[in-house]
Design a protein around this ligand. Structure first.
Ligand SMILES: [Zn+2]
Length: 184
């Protein structure tokens, strides 16, 4: 058996960080997380992000992971939003409005993740679905169907139409297709 000199598990910030779990609010958890992570030298952002995600409560971690945040701040923002949903859903009581259900702590509308008015999150979803590696800048209907599979928000259809219409890459591609100057 090996014993490391001069340290025990409780002095090792990395060890403490991997054991850290969210027990109270997301903000409290993030504060504790940062105090510990600031003591670790050469902690890569990707590793830090994955440590942060694994300590979140299940009902918060799962939807946040699904949105694939690229930075700790993005993950923190999404976790806060999800926490808000949970609080408002519990306040609403068991008998929610028609079509709304709670499943594993997630507020769902007709089985899809329900988003209220958070524009940055909607944009992040549209970007991922339309511009992301599997999106390939599909047209309006295909993008709409993909978003609708997992998400719902009031005005979704309109938002998708606007997003696709205003997408720079799509406009450029369309422009190139309409003007095949290279062929002349
Ligand atoms: Zn596009």
């Amino acid at each position: 058996m090996q014993v490391r000199f001069g340290t025990n598990a409780y002095d090792d910030p990395m060890e403490m960080l991997t054991r850290l779990r969210q027990t109270a609010s997301v903000t409290t958890y993030k504060t504790q997380f940062e105090i510990l992570s600031n003591r670790i030298k050469g902690f890569s952002p990707a590793h830090k992000l994955s440590c942060f995600l694994s300590g979140l409560k299940d009902e918060i971690r799962l939807p946040v992971r699904m949105l694939n945040p690229q930075s700790l701040n993005a993950a923190f923002g999404l976790a806060k939003i999800q926490e808000e949903y949970l609080i408002s859903a519990f306040q609403a009581g068991k008998e929610g409005p028609k079509g709304f259900t709670m499943q594993n702590g997630l507020l769902l509308y007709k089985g899809r993740m329900y988003l209220r008015t958070c524009d940055s999150l909607k944009i992040a979803i549209l970007q991922q679905v339309h511009d992301g590696p599997w999106g390939g800048h599909s047209g309006f209907l295909k993008t709409l169907h993909r978003v609708q599979r997992d998400f719902y928000w009031p005005g979704l259809r309109k938002d998708v139409r606007k997003y696709v219409r205003e997408c720079d890459t799509c406009q450029r591609l369309k422009h190139e297709t309409c003007n095949p100057t290279g062929l002349l």
